[in-house]
Design a protein around this ligand. Structure first.
Ligand SMILES: [Zn+2]
Ligand SMILES: [Zn+2]
Length: 555
């Protein structure tokens, strides 16, 4: 086989046709590199599921070829699946300092830190990984130290943007690497994989500094305590809160586990500049005058157990929100969370707090580039082929329109699904065959043990409850020795439904007697008979279909 038979395959294993669980494999001959290993939060119908991660069967089957995993930034949709990946595939993890700092905590929790090789990268590195050479480049996003990767392959350079926006006045002054991108564009880029999150949004995404101005205005006007909730990973915004607090002579208390963790890591690594004495313990909040306090909190999504939600309900152990306090919710709702946030905002208004949230003022800007920034990326890179990623189908579709507008040939744009392979050989691209791909559900410690059947059961249970029928039969004659006893949960209130349950009892007895008389004696048939008869009766009477669990014992 000549070397020319080799081809480059790009395989998205997550993050296309969806927002979340980003993961992409680059394959050439006997070498594979992976970019990102994210998680996704479960959909509403995934009852009891904690997180969702990509199916990595394909990577496990080819694990001897994997030369490393490259991480763009520290958001959960890019690092949340990493522990599950590393449990199967022990390869070096490449990332920037802050990204690896955030990953360390995760690996420690999973007892993987000791056995994992973490390699810090900057935009000065060219990392050799098999046939690939990977060069990180800086871009702007809602978490510091975010990078994209230029991946040099035998077929040409592929630019993988990661999540990005272009912020010309970034809070940490770390500018995007426009010149590097332009240089690759000049030399010729085979393909661009670019963030599609805001492809439907016209114009430019505002600079994070805009939020700083709003924060300053609010601090100037607030007469009592200020409580500000935002994403725990948005360290630029958190920096602006500390800076404003110092400017206006306030102390900052931090509540919420993830907020405390992230701030500790960021301060340790030098990603947050905080003057000595600014940070105070939440215990001190009630000891200082109201106009000297800022509380930084999690819960900007209205999450039930978060610090902000508990403070709003007056169930937080240390901090209570009082009339006249100013509460700033500095984030926008992730789709699906709107109702939780509005509930929290309602509660805060009831307390008499002065609430500032996105709908009424500029306390949030997106971390993802809008249309003009996406076009700027396309203009800098000038790719031959274009693959929109990080978005639902309509966002990918819109992004292709933008790309075509900047001069990419329409037939050179690929809207793909997870598991698709885009193959590049001798400068030409085509769709290859699919590899196994999908979702793995995680419930507590169980990885992938909850599937469709379990979810269907949980759904039934959540809708109509459960009925357990216990009967003891004699082994010899098959007659009923005790029972049937019917126990129900979540179906009907037993005390008010005695008649219904008595009737159900009679139906079970009659069904069993008839079946025994007909010489039916396998358990499975008896159980099915009971279940069918009872289900029919209960549906007629109540129009509900509880889960029915017959337990038949023989003595
Ligand atoms: Zn991100
Ligand atoms: Zn993302």
């Amino acid at each position: 086989m000549s070397k020319n038979n080799n081809k480059l395959s790009i395989i998205p294993l997550g993050g296309v046709g969806e927002i979340g669980k980003n993961m992409t494999a680059y394959v050439y001959g006997n070498d594979i590199i992976v970019v990102d290993a994210g998680l996704k939060f479960p959909e509403e119908e995934m009852l009891g599921i904690d997180i969702v991660i990509p199916d990595i069967t394909y990577l496990i089957e080819n694990k001897n070829k994997i030369r490393g995993i490259f991480i763009t930034h520290g958001h959960e949709d890019h690092i949340g699946g990493l522990p599950y990946f590393l449990k199967h595939i022990n390869v070096p993890v490449y990332g920037t300092r802050l990204t690896l700092g955030l990953i360390e905590g995760k690996l420690r929790e999973h007892n993987l830190l000791e056995v994992t090789k973490l390699i810090t990268v900057t935009n000065k590195n060219n990392i050799k990984a098999g046939v690939f050479t990977v060069t990180p480049f800086y871009n702007n996003h809602s978490i510091p130290d975010t990078v994209g990767f230029a991946i040099d392959t035998p077929e040409g350079v592929v630019i993988h943007t990661g999540d990005f926006k272009f912020d010309f006045t970034p809070v940490d002054n770390r500018k995007a690497d426009f010149h590097m991108l332009a240089e690759w564009g000049q030399k010729g880029v085979l393909a661009l994989l670019s963030d599609s999150t805001n492809s439907e949004r016209p114009g430019y995404t505002m600079s994070e500094r805009v939020v700083g101005v709003t924060i300053d205005d609010t601090f100037r006007q607030a007469e009592r305590r200020i409580i500000l909730a935002t994403f725990a990973s948005n360290l630029h915004r958190i920096q602006q809160v500390f800076t404003a607090a110092e400017r206006f002579g306030r102390k900052v208390a931090v509540v919420g586990r993830s907020m405390v963790n992230n701030i500790n890591i960021a301060m340790e690594l030098g990603y947050l500049q905080v003057q000595k004495g600014t940070l105070i313990d939440p215990d001190e909040v009630n000891k200082l005058p109201a106009d000297k306090i800022v509380v930084l909190s999690t819960g900007s999504q209205g999450e039930a157990m978060s610090a902000l939600t508990r403070m709003a309900r007056a169930t937080h152990r240390k901090v209570e929100i009082l009339p006249g306090d100013t509460v700033i919710i500095a984030s926008s709702p992730i789709p699906g969370n709107e109702k939780f946030i509005s509930r929290t905002i309602d509660q805060l208004f009831r307390i008499g707090a002065n609430v500032i949230y996105q709908q009424v003022s500029g306390v949030h800007v997106s971390g993802h580039g809008s249309q003009e920034e996406l076009k700027l990326m396309l203009n800098l890179v000038q790719p031959k082929y274009f693959i929109p990623v990080h978005g639902e189908y309509r966002m990918l579709k819109k992004h292709v329109e933008l790309a075509v507008g900047t001069g990419v040939e329409e037939e050179n744009c690929f809207i793909v699904d997870i598991g698709d392979q885009i193959e590049f050989q001798n400068g030409r691209a085509r769709m290859g065959s699919k590899v196994p791909a999908g979702t793995v559900l995680i419930d507590g410690l169980g990885v992938g043990d909850v599937g469709n059947i379990v979810l269907r059961d949980r759904k039934l249970l959540s809708q109509d409850g459960i009925l357990v029928v216990v009967v003891t039969l004699s082994k010899a004659e098959g007659n009923i020795l005790s029972g049937p006893d019917i126990i129900s949960r979540g179906f009907v209130y037993v005390r008010e439904s005695e008649q219904l349950l008595d009737e159900a009892n009679r139906i079970v007895t009659a069904t069993l007697q008839r079946m025994v008389a007909e010489n039916v004696n396998e358990w499975s048939s008896l159980k099915t008979g009971v279940r069918d008869a009872l289900s029919r009766f209960l549906y007629e009477q109540t129009r509900r279909r509880p889960m029915i669990l017959p337990i038949i014992m023989e003595v």
